[in-house]
Design a protein around this ligand. Structure first.
Ligand code: KIV
Length: 285
């Protein structure tokens, strides 16, 4: 088994240097973390996408630092053989540098090994302050879901030359500020490759084409567990929602018909107990 990835080993994982692509998937709770760890992924992202994938919100903007602490701690209790990335939610790094560093520390104390935050050049002071507090930072540029209103919707970014040039500048700035890696989301494939070529730290793409140093997808999307339409860049490797619906319908049908539970699925009662209670049926405790 390969050793558990850490920020030092991951920082060196550039494909142009012959490294194997990095694999990251989201995890929001103990079972998903245990499953992803058994599957051998490198990084578990406790993403603020917990908001729209698990908590039933329309977007990530309702997710709080308390929500993130709760989910990071649940993932950490799985003791996965992966580096845990704690996603900093909207407004946890926008108000002041002091609050930013304290919020990053809350996710580390909850069990993350590093934090992730969204944004380019304007996030440099926040990144520098967190790194100065000895907390590793993963950047996130391109389509940044916390900026949904500012972007005018969840739109592919960097489509024209000016916007693509801006993303290259963002990537260089956050790498120089100390990010050990960065997510690049929702950009044309040439921008994904261009950013990857431009920086010395690994890029992890989501809807950014095959040229990145790694790829990340949402757990529920990979497994077909979600109830929403998936984006073009998602590849679904299973349809667990369909299997789960069939299984639950079979359970409901068995309960209603009396086929569940059987004697074999019940705790036995002694003759004496049956007699005392005055019943012939199985008892439960
Ligand atoms: O929260 C999340 O799931 C993310 C990924 C889209 C990278 O930030």
């Amino acid at each position: 088994m390969s050793p558990k990835p850490n920020v030092r080993t991951l920082r060196a994982r550039k494909r142009r240097d012959g490294a194997e692509p990095i694999v990251m998937v989201t995890a929001y709770d103990q079972p998903s973390a245990a499953i992803a760890s058994s599957a051998g992924v490198d990084l578990l992202l406790v993403g603020d996408s917990v908001g729209d994938n698990v908590l039933g919100y329309e977007d990530t903007l309702h997710v709080t630092i308390e929500d993130m602490e709760h989910h990071v701690a649940a993932v950490a209790r799985a003791r996965p053989d992966c580096l845990i990335v704690g996603d900093m939610p909207w407004m946890s790094y926008h108000v002041s540098i002091e609050e930013t560093v304290k919020n990053a520390a809350r996710l580390i104390r909850a069990g993350a090994g590093c934090v992730k935050l969204e944004g380019g050049r304007k996030r440099v002071p926040a990144i520098e302050a967190i790194v100065n507090a000895e907390i590793p930072v993963m950047g996130h540029i391109g389509l940044t879901p916390q900026s949904v209103h500012a972007m005018g919707g969840m739109r592919v970014q960097g489509r024209d030359v000016d916007a693509a040039t801006g993303l290259l500048a963002d990537a260089s700035a956050i790498a120089a500020a100390g990010c050990f890696s960065m997510v690049i989301e929702g950009v044309p494939d040439a921008v994904g490759s261009g950013v990857t070529d431009a920086v010395d730290v690994p890029t992890i793409g989501i809807g950014a084409g095959p040229g990145c140093d790694g790829q990340v997808l949402v757990f529920h999307d990979v497994l077909g567990l979600g109830t929403r339409r998936v984006a073009k860049f998602v590849r679904q490797y299973a349809n667990l929602a369909e299997g789960a619906t069939k299984a639950l319908a079979a359970f409901a049908s068995d309960v209603r018909s009396g086929a569940f539970p059987t004697q074999a699925e019940s705790y036995e009662s002694s003759e004496e107990l049956r007699h005392a209670i005055g019943t012939q049926g199985a008892t439960s405790d």
